[in-house]
Design a protein around this ligand. Structure first.
Ligand SMILES: *Cc1c(COP(=O)(O)O)cnc(C)c1O
Length: 428
């Protein structure tokens, strides 16, 4: 069965983020079912989902509570056009999201994936300035940033692997260096220079607060973020926080913006919002920004952007269920305990010569394989991980753990013990 499916798959499916030729000798793994941390293939082999299925899953696969809520929603309303119509799930969800955020966050604009949320925030910022009579047309972002792979989102990103080929198609954007340590004087100076030169042309500065996840899990200074936001204010440049990966408890707090004194104008959320069940994303902003678009129809100030599945009712039911779990189960407190437990064990990996730059932030743990420049050692770790029943999906030679929050200490210990064995088996 497994082999049959793999063959059929390769006959018809072009997979994301994949050189398909790799699958000539790297078998695809069809998954038959999933439960909790585990994915099961057609031979009933289990894999621990160490990457939350691309950072989306929070409370395990086939979570009984979320299942039940989606099933109930399915029986009443699966989807309805969100233009001119609305539904209870999305109203409840929006109210709850705003209640979790600082008071200025009052308006939710929905889309159905992370990249689209970034597109929405970019267009909204541009359009805001336009409605205020200012023609600004540039965006500023950090080096090593990742904001998705549609053309606008790719334009503000900086991960060469995704961007290089498509450069001729992209918007011209400005980039400023991300700090490499707590000493960020140089980076702040660079930002100031750019703002002095280009500030009046820049709509917004977009950044992933605390951790650049796709940028090899680069953790950087929250103090820098505060200083950077202050500078942006001086130049009337708006700020977009892309919390698509770090939102919903990943960094320890519910949202990364809670670590910052300065707050952004736009907050982009997706990934964990539905607990990894269904596509949904949202851009949350202030009444002040919303009001810049609020005018008689003829004034042509409306924000015109839509996706067919915007605000899907099933996805909203999943999102509401996720918020229920956060409310009822002390998720953040439990994560704090689990995070220190994992971090302590993770640091034990320091003893390997090939392990460098161990780091963590909340429920994100990472290290780099060093001494293998230009060699796809991460791929070797991936393959060996499968033998231990681990789904690891290294970012190049960065190995990371970004597990669902239902991970137990025993499971965490097993993962790290397996990593020890894998690292021992790596040859130069
Ligand atoms: C995943 C991600 C995106 C893009 O989301 P998609 O749903 O994959 O389009 C954007 N920004 C960040 C920080 C992400 O991690």
């Amino acid at each position: 069965m497994q082999e049959h499916l793999t063959k059929l798959d390769l006959a018809h499916i072009w997979h994301p983020c994949t050189q398909m030729k790799d699958h000539e000798n790297l078998p695809l793994i069809p998954i038959r079912k999933a439960k909790g941390l585990y994915l099961y293939d057609f031979n009933d082999k289990a894999y621990m989902d160490c990457v939350s299925s691309w950072w989306v899953n929070l409370f395990g696969h086939a979570n009984e509570y979320i299942n039940q809520k989606i099933k109930a929603q399915l029986e009443t309303l699966e989807h309805v056009i969100l233009a001119g119509f609305t539904h209870e799930g999305i109203i409840t969800l929006s109210q709850r999201l705003c209640a979790l955020l600082p008071t200025q966050f009052q308006k939710c604009f929905y889309a159905d994936n992370g990249s689209s949320a970034v597109e929405v925030a970019l267009k909204m910022s541009f359009h805001y300035h336009l409605n205020k009579g200012q023609k600004r047309y540039k965006f500023l972002s950090l080096s090593n940033a990742y904001h998705g792979e549609t053309l606008g989102a790719l334009s503000v990103g900086d991960v060469a692997l995704y961007k290089e080929t498509y450069k001729p198609l992209l918007l011209e954007c400005l980039s400023t260096p991300v700090p490499q340590s707590e000493d960020f004087e140089k980076e702040l100076k660079a930002l100031k220079n750019t703002l002095e030169k280009e500030g009046k042309n820049i709509c917004a500065f977009i950044l992933e607060p605390l951790v650049q996840c796709a940028g090899n899990m680069h953790c950087y200074s929250v103090k820098f973020i505060d200083e950077a936001l202050k500078l942006c204010r001086e130049f009337n440049v708006q700020v977009i926080f892309d919390e698509i990966a770090v939102g919903f408890g990943r960094t320890g707090e519910m949202f990364a913006l809670e670590y910052c004194e300065q707050k952004p104008d736009f907050l982009c959320l997706s990934k964990g919002i539905t607990g990894g069940y269904l596509p949904l994303s949202v851009v949350i902003t202030s009444d002040e920004i919303y009001n810049a678009f609020y005018a008689p129809y003829e004034a042509q100030k409306a924000f015109l952007h839509s996706h067919s599945y915007t605000g899907n009712a099933l996805a909203c039911a999943a999102a509401n269920a996720v918020l229920d779990i956060f409310e009822s189960q002390n998720v953040l407190e439990n994560n704090m305990v689990l995070s220190s437990f994992i971090w302590e064990k993770w640091q034990g990996l320091k003893s390997f010569d090939c392990v460098g730059n161990l780091r963590h932030c909340g429920m994100i743990f990472a290290f780099d394989l060093v001494g293998f420049e230009g060699v796809r050692k991460g791929l070797e770790v991936f393959k060996k991980g499968l033998e231990y029943g681990l789904l690891l999906r290294p970012l190049g030679n960065t190995i990371y753990l970004m597990p669902p929050y239902i991970l137990t200490k025993e499971q965490a210990s097993y993962i790290i013990e397996s990593l020890v064995k894998i690292l021992k088996s790596l040859t130069r």
